[in-house]
Write a protein that binds this ligand. Structure first.
Ligand code: SF4
Length: 209
């Protein structure tokens, strides 16, 4: 008999999507453990290590339990970096149950999966990403860290099609980060960069997870 695939999970919880274009939408989050990067500004460092082992069936059971009181059609696979584990079985099973699936990724890994919404956030220093995301990304989020500069924003804008929005996202909603974001947005406008906007982490404003 085949062994069930085991995934390491940090937490499964209901909330609203606080980031990106899906901002404000009720969503069930599955936070997978582990990340291949170690960004010093990471606000989910608690997901870098450990995690509880779940089979796909156990995850689906948890999601179903949450759904009873929080009937959200969207499930977001986040981390850590969700794609450092093999989530293909989980995605397939969630699709069978008619959930819409978002994956939040640092874009260093790509595997073809029936995902409805890739939220892509390349990270410094090199902001590298797998080329498939040029077509697959629904949005590109750039965290506004202290040394983010206009050339990095311009480079990412040039590397993704103009139809894919770029969101400048303040680091943990800090004031200095928002100020830098406004400055970068003005520079982007003056230099003719298209489809760039500023954003914030809405769940933190609402005091949600
Ligand atoms: S890629 Fe994301 S989860 Fe990984 S360390 Fe960086 S900010 Fe944290």
């Amino acid at each position: 008999m085949p062994q069930p695939r085991i995934l390491k999970i940090t937490e499964i919880f209901p909330s609203v999507q606080g980031e990106g274009l899906r901002q404000g939408e009720p969503t069930i989050f599955i936070r997978l453990s582990g990340c291949n990067l170690k960004c010093d500004f990471c606000d989910t460092q608690y997901a870098w290590k450990g995690g509880k082992e779940y089979s796909t069936d156990q995850i689906l059971e948890e999601v179903k339990k949450i759904y009873r009181n929080f009937p959200s059609q969207w499930v977001c696979l986040t981390g850590g970096e969700p794609l450092v584990q093999d989530i293909s079985g989980l995605v397939k099973e969630l699709k069978k149950q008619d959930y819409k699936i978002q994956v939040e990724t640092n874009a260093t890994h790509y595997i073809p999966l029936p995902v409805d919404w890739y939220s892509v956030s390349p990270k410094p220093d090199d902001y590298a990403f797998q080329p498939e995301y040029r077509e697959k990304a629904k949005e590109v989020k750039i965290v506004i860290i202290k040394n983010l500069n206009f050339e990095q924003v311009r480079r990412l804008r040039n590397e993704f099609p103009e139809t894919i929005p770029i969101l400048l996202q303040p680091q943990s909603n800090r004031k200095w980060s928002m100020e830098l974001g406004s400055k970068l947005l003005r520079q982007a406008l003056k230099n003719g960069l298209k489809n760039i906007r500023i954003s914030l982490q809405l769940h933190k404003v609402y005091g949600m997870k």
